[in-house]
Design a protein around this ligand. Structure first.
Ligand code: ATP
Ligand code: MG
Length: 569
């Protein structure tokens, strides 16, 4: 019996990623009294992107897996860039991904008083000093990894003088940038982060979104993060690899708080998510928004969670993709095709099949009665037997895609051509008899006959033809607009480009708007924000929030097949 349990545990252990493995071992060893508490710590200075989704899946996922809790903590230590708009968007995006922090919503700004007290204590103990130099001067004295830095001329101020200056910094007596508070550690340390890191800076010109103008000094990330984790009882502080060199400093400050034998949060780092044809830096994303290269943070071309939601991606597809790429200790560039593959897989499962003709040409069935309308039966989703069917009107005049007809077709063209036959999906087999052209020789109408014995699903409809086309009844069609999206950038790794500014790498064809798309009435009726459709033979689409009563707008979430893979091959 006990052997069975062990086997079970062993095999479960094998499926764990390296972070889960560490957490599992800590729990097994009874560390932190068996407690598990993680946190997701976004800075509310932009919208969340798919990279954050990877961190969210880890932070919330590992807590869920081992019966712990995960805090949402806004890392709001820099009022210059932060805003409540971002706080609200971050909350919405985490919920949409399927995670919940319950009542554990915290703010680094909640700890400003404790952090200030700690700074004062460190000043009194001679562990921190006020430096009057500019940030440029401080940077110039920092040294290099192979060369020690130089001590600041202000390093040996007395605790009394430091305390007086720090208090006056916070009283608003000095302008922004005039002075900083630094930790007095070691200007010759091998770890650059130990070379007297800045703890506090003056910010007077921007009110804080929560504390208003109460504070004139604000803690730096390194002086806030570990301590905030400690105050909250976070046991595992999981972050990305660029924080590896910060870890000793994280522990240094946390230990200023943790007493002997006290618990201390543990920082663990994994690799960031980087995607091809995408930039992930919030600074660059903000630039795209502010300079109008995109229509906002939730533009469907943006790698933001809100952009992906608006584009029609599902939370499941994002989570599946993140599962697929996994968590490692090595930086990598993941192919966006892998994400798109996950999106197609999930939409294939959930999308309602409908007909829409994107580039319509009229087709008249000359032997079909003029006022007759038949309702033909369409399957909603062959992948989901529960999804049922809907009716679609068929009549003498329909629209088909212009591309589905060729006057002089090449050999393997199985669509419509003069004298040829195709099946209209869900309806009849038709034969092309003639075309009507305008003065310039453009085809404006295709004339066909239909075979009345070939209605899909009826006995006698067994006759086979090679091609099947989608179509919409002309008199019943509703006009719609579609927005076709392509990759936002033209180069595989825009972040690695050194010669050109990233804005020069934007794909000028990342969005094409097509008006006059003919859609079946059922689609017009079902088109609500969030609904997922497959326009048969075209792609996956979702209604956009810009839709109005008279003008339905659809976003193409993704084409049915990956054309980029083909081009690359
Ligand atoms: P930027 O560096 O673009 O300014 P950031 O990464 O600092 O943004 P935060 O809001 O501070 O943004 O990030 C919150 C959490 O999300 C952090 O723990 C961070 O490690 C994680 N994170 C951010 N970007 C990625 C990414 N590309 N892949 C995985 N995790 C990420
Ligand atoms: Mg950050």
């Amino acid at each position: 019996m006990s052997e069975n349990i062990n086997n079970c545990e062993e095999s479960e252990k094998k499926g764990l990623n390296f972070v889960e493995q560490i957490v599992y071992n800590d729990l097994q060893e009874g560390k932190n009294g068996g407690r598990l508490n993680t946190r997701f710590p976004p800075e509310p200075n932009g919208y969340l992107h798919i990279g954050h989704a990877k961190a969210i899946c880890m932070d919330f996922g590992v807590a869920e897996k081992f019966g712990g809790t995960c805090n949402l903590r806004f890392d709001d230590t820099n009022p210059v860039k932060e805003d409540v708009e971002y706080v609200d968007a971050i909350r919405e995006d985490i919920h949409w991904l399927g995670f919940d922090w319950g009542d554990r919503e915290y703010y680094a700004s909640d700890y400003f008083p404790q952090l200030f007290d700690l700074a004062v204590r460190m000043i009194k103990e001679g562990k921190a000093y006020v430096d009057d130099q500019t940030s440029e001067q401080i940077a110039a004295q920092k040294g290099t990894p192979t060369q020690p830095g130089q001590n600041s001329p202000y390093r040996d101020r007395t605790p009394e003088e430091n305390l007086d200056l720090f208090m006056r910094m916070n009283a608003g007596e000095f302008p922004d940038g005039a002075r900083v508070l630094r930790a007095k550690i070691d200007m010759a340390s091998d770890n650059m982060h130990f070379r007297d890191p800045v703890m506090y800076r003056i910010i007077t010109k921007y009110p804080h979104h929560r504390t208003g103008t109460q504070w004139k000094v604000y803690p730096m990330y390194d002086f806030a993060h570990g301590q905030s984790d400690f105050f909250e009882g976070v046991t595992h502080s999981i972050c990305t690899l660029e924080f590896v060199p910060h870890r000793p400093l994280y522990e240094y400050f946390a230990k200023e708080l943790a007493g002997e034998g006290d618990y201390c949060p543990r920082q663990i780092e994994f690799n960031r998510l980087n995607l091809t044809y995408t930039v992930m830096s919030k600074r660059k994303l903000l630039q795209l928004v502010q300079e109008g290269h995109v229509a906002g943070w939730d533009d469907p071309r943006m790698p933001t969670i809100s952009g992906m939601r608006r584009r029609g991606y599902t939370p499941e597809s994002i989570r599946n993709f993140i599962d697929t790429i996994g968590y490692t200790k090595y930086e990598a560039l993941n192919s966006v095709s892998l994400l798109e593959h996950a999106v197609r897989n999930d939409l294939n499962r959930v999308a309602t099949r409908v007909m829409a003709v994107v580039n319509p040409v009229k087709l008249v069935i000359t032997n079909y009665p003029e006022d007759k309308v038949e309702q033909v039966c369409m399957e909603n989703n062959p992948e989901d037997p529960e999804s049922g069917v809907h009716q679609m009107p068929f009549s003498r005049e329909i629209y088909i895609e212009r591309d589905d007809f060729m006057e002089n077709p090449p050999k393997k063209f199985f669509r419509l051509a003069p004298g040829g036959e195709v099946r209209l999906k869900g309806a009849y087999i038709i034969k092309c008899e003639d075309t009507v052209k305008d003065a310039d020789g453009n085809i404006i109408e295709i004339r066909c006959t239909y075979d009345p014995d070939t209605l899909s699903g009826m006995p006698g409809s067994m006759r086979k033809v090679k091609g099947t086309l989608h179509w919409v009844s002309a008199q019943h069609a509703v006009d719609a607009t579609v927005r076709m999206y392509d990759r936002l950038f033209n180069v595989e790794n825009p972040a690695a480009e050194t010669e050109r500014d990233f804005r020069e790498l934007l794909n000028p064809d990342s969005m094409k708007v097509v008006e006059g798309v003919k859609i079946e009435p059922y689609l017009a009726e079902m088109a609500k924000e969030g609904a997922k459709f497959q326009f048969q033979r075209v792609g996956y689409f979702t209604p956009d929030k810009d839709s109005t009563d008279g003008n339905l707008i659809f976003n193409r979430t993704i084409a049915l097949k990956d054309t980029w893979e083909k081009i690359n091959k």
